[in-house]
Each structure stands twice: as C-alpha cells, then as structure tokens.
Design a binder for this molecule. Structure first.
Ligand code: NDP
Length: 280
C-alpha cells in the first residue's frame, strides 16, 4: 500500500472529546432520545453504541424500545411526546422500521429543531439551499475526514457514488457547498470506472462489496469508503477494494475504522448543535 489510511477512530475520538468539553461548559445537560422499534440485532448494536457514546460525552441519552408490532399511531404519539419534552434536544428514530410503519411519516413528525439525523424535509431543504442546519451524520463525518487529510476541495473534481437520501444526496450538497465540482453516479451511470478515474475526491456509498477496484482510482485521489458490507464468511468490507485502491490513492478510509466511528461522533455534535440552537 502507498496511500495513507485515514484513521477515522482518531478523528472521531477528537470530535467526541471536543463535544464533551463543550457540553461540560453548558448550564444544562443536552438530551438525546433514541427510538428503537422491534428487535433487529444490527439496529440494537447501533443504538447501544449511540447510547454509550452520548453518555460518555455528558449527554443525557435515553432509549425508548417499542415492540416490533407497534402501530404507526403509537409511534407518532411517542414522537409527539418527545417533541413536547423540553429536556429532549435530539430525537433519532433508528431505521429501518417494521413494514406496517411509514418511515417518511415518522421522520416528518419529528420537530425539525430536534431532528439530529437531519432527515426531515425542512433540514434537507436548508442543506440544499446552502444554509445547513442539522446535517445527516454520515456525510457530515465524511466532510470532517476530508478536512483531516488537508485535501483542497475548492475546484476539485469530486465523485459521489450513490444517490441515497441519507448519504449520496446530502454528500453531494456538502461537497458542492465546499466549492468542489461534483458528479453524482448511480446504478444507471454509463462507464462508472471512467467516471471514478476522473475524480480527485471519490466518496463511495453503494453497498456493493469491494466494487471500486484499484484501477478505478486516479493516482493521488482521496478515497472515502462509506460502505459497510458483511460477506458470507463474516468479514466486514467496504465498497472499495481497500488494498488495491490504496496502491493509487493518496489517502483512503479503512473499513471498519473509517467513516463508521465518525457517524456517531457527528450525532453527538448534532445533539449539541440542536441543544444550543433551542436553548440559546
Ligand atoms: P442505498 O442502497 O440507499 O443506496 C445505494 C446507492 O448506490 C443508490 O443510489 C444506487 O443507485 C447505487 N448503486 C447500487 N448499486 C450500484 C451499482 N452496481 N453501480 C452504481 N451504483 C449503484 O444505500 P445507502 O446510501 O443507505 O448506503 C450505502 C452504503 O453505505 C451501504 O453499504 C451502507 O451500509 C453504508 N452506510 C454506512 C454508514 C456508516 O456509518 N459508515 C451509514 C449509512 C450507510 P440507484 O439510486 O440508481 O439505485
């Protein structure tokens, strides 16, 4: 490997420490409520780590666990109660939700001022208008990882691989706002490899194990691998073939230990941002 591995754990630890230091100066304790519906094991793991990280940063975290059979009206009533609770600054509903629940309606029911996932249409709108308020945690974390590499985004050719609402689209908006020249590629893109090869900054968020090969990467590019894919043999890999890509990239995030830790650290930062905006 020639490319530098970007240490997401270290950047995330620094951000968590920064949030904790700011929280310690507040005359109140910010509150985060995480709602978990059902018993999806992966979701349960995520929720536990969010809870632990929040507590470590001095945030009052509480998890509301509801059974898998919860009716939509019941979940909406839970959200209404959290919206009205002055001790709650951030509300996060862990996705995916069971099939009887309309995730869109649930996200839209969250008070935008408490929407620490940044998925509410009001916050999505602010981001795309170029005046971000609460920004989705994963793309926000990617921007911080890019900053940690020192790569100049202004005028750079950036390629975002994937156009989901939680990663690709907000990622493209943030890079555009940072004055990069952004291309968004997806499953209908012709000659994906050629598009990737033009990029000075490549962010992969496709959910396809090791799809981005070494010869898709331009010499000296910075590569951020958002993908988390579990292989049949249990190994966890990203959307990029890390060793191959690192042979050409100037820097690349590993999986695990790259983007993943940043997502939770940014959730804590968003909770602090929401608390400060609400409470002055
Ligand atoms: P989605 O499935 O919602 O979106 C995937 C995107 O990739 C779509 O836009 C899709 O295109 C595109 N795509 C799929 N297959 C191909 C292909 N063969 N060629 C080109 N484009 C393709 O995924 P998410 O955005 O939610 O997540 C992406 C990855 O990031 C996953 O591995 C996920 O686990 C991971 N992730 C990691 C997080 C972290 O904290 N590190 C947080 C969130 C996600 P189209 O729109 O045309 O269908």
């Amino acid at each position: 490997m020639t490319g530098v591995l970007i240490d997401g754990k270290q950047v995330a630890a620094a951000l968590r420490a920064e949030v904790a230091a700011k929280v310690a100066t507040l005359p109140y304790q910010p509150g985060l409520a995480v709602v978990l519906v059902g018993d999806d094991p992966a979701s349960a793991v995520y929720v536990r780590s969010k809870d632990r990280a929040a507590a470590a940063a001095g945030i009052a975290a509480r998890t509301i666990r509801l059974p898998a059979a919860t009716a939509q009206a019941e979940l909406l009533a839970t959200i209404a109660a959290l919206n009205a609770d002055p001790t709650v600054d951030g509300i996060l509903v862990q996705l995916p939700l069971p099939p009887q629940i309309d995730a869109r309606a649930v996200i839209e029911a969250i008070d935008p001022a408490k929407d620490v996932d940044g998925f509410h249409p009001v916050n999505v709108g602010h981001l795309h208008e170029g005046r971000p308020t609460l920004v989705p945690c994963t793309p926000l974390g990617v921007m911080k990882l890019l900053a940690s590499t020192g790569v100049a985004l202004r005028g750079a050719r950036a390629l975002v691989l994937g156009r989901s609402g939680i990663v690709g689209k907000p990622m493209a908006a943030l890079l555009t706002q940072a004055d990069a020249t952004v291309t968004v590629a997806h499953s209908r893109t012709r000659d994906l490899a050629a598009e990737c090869r033009r990029a000075e900054v490549l962010v992969a968020a496709v959910g396809r194990p090791e799809m981005v090969r070494g010869d898709w990467v331009a010499e000296g590019a910075v590569v951020i691998d958002v993908g988390i894919n579990r292989l049949p043999d249990g190994r966890l890999v990203g959307d990029c073939a890390t060793a191959e890509c690192a042979g050409r990239a100037a820097a690349i995030t590993p999986v695990p230990g790259g983007v993943g830790p940043m997502t939770i650290a940014c959730l804590l930062e968003n909770t602090l941002t929401a608390a400060q905006a609400r409470r002055g």
